[in-house]
Ligand binder design. Structure first.
Ligand SMILES: *Cc1c(COP(=O)(O)O)cnc(C)c1O
Length: 236
């Protein structure tokens, strides 16, 4: 299948999933997870209708920015970000989805302040409590949201989660539901103070986007279903 056909197929899945639970498909943004893709593939995806690209490695982000590969689309950072690399990301992306520690939050704020910008962010929640994954625990999350709310050069827009790879449909419903509840709780506590506006719930990937949409995702991050399988880690 061509990239255009893959995009159409994923958009059809999103539409179906939204309609199946009584949601307006336009509430859900398809974000292309572009790791390991070339600048030309990214340009082709944008030409074929992709409006948001998600990068998870600083090195690839920097190379594609230098190539102007994202022209016409928004770019988000979705990977683990080391504090010593915030300079390469803050002010260069529309949204950092993977804010996973108090220390990183402070480093992003300091860099945004230095640049005189306000950086939009999501907090990442380690919703399945996996030892090998980063993110705030559900218990730590409210405190992290309060910390973010007190930093004028970041704007908290919502939450992101990466649950375990789903073996079959339904496997991650529980994790998506929990993340949605955290999103509701934090939105309620923070209210709409005119600065931090929680409207993005980023969850669901190639294998489980239907379940994420059923549980309230406003953005799904899709790689494999758009671009095909990636080479295994370590062989890149
Ligand atoms: C690669 C990646 C995705 C997309 O995963 P697929 O299963 O290929 O759709 C989503 N989110 C993040 C953070 C990723 O790194």
């Amino acid at each position: 299948m061509s990239l255009e056909q893959n995009i159409a197929a994923v958009q059809a899945r999103i539409r179906q999933a939204a309609l199946a639970c009584g949601r307006d498909p336009r509430e859900i943004t398809l974000e292309a997870a572009t790791k390991v893709q070339t600048s030309d593939t990214i340009r082709a995806a944008i030409a074929a209708g992709i409006t948001v690209c998600g990068e998870n490695r600083v090195q690839e982000l920097t190379a594609h920015l230098a190539d102007n590969a994202y022209a016409g689309a928004a770019v988000h950072f979705i990977g683990h970000l080391q504090t010593n690399k915030v300079r390469q990301v803050v002010g260069r992306v529309d949204l950092i989805e993977s804010v996973d520690s108090a220390r990183l939050l402070e480093a992003i704020h300091a860099q945004a302040q230095k640049l005189g910008v306000v950086q939009d962010i999501l907090l990442e929640v380690n919703i399945a409590g996996e030892a090998n994954k980063s993110g705030f625990s559900p218990q730590e999350l409210p405190q992290a949201a309060r910390q973010a709310a007190g930093l004028p050069h970041v704007r908290l827009r919502g939450l992101m989660c990466i649950p375990p790879v789903a073996a079959k449909a339904g496997d991650n419903l529980e994790f998506f539901a929990k993340t949605r509840q955290l999103f509701v709780d934090i939105s309620r506590e923070m209210g709409d103070n005119g600065h931090n506006k929680l409207e993005c719930l980023s969850m669901g990937m190639s294998g489980d986007l239907e379940d994420a949409i059923a549980m309230g995702a406003t953005q799904v991050r899709v790689g494999t279903a758009l671009f095909g399988p990636r080479p295994p880690m370590g062989t890149r």
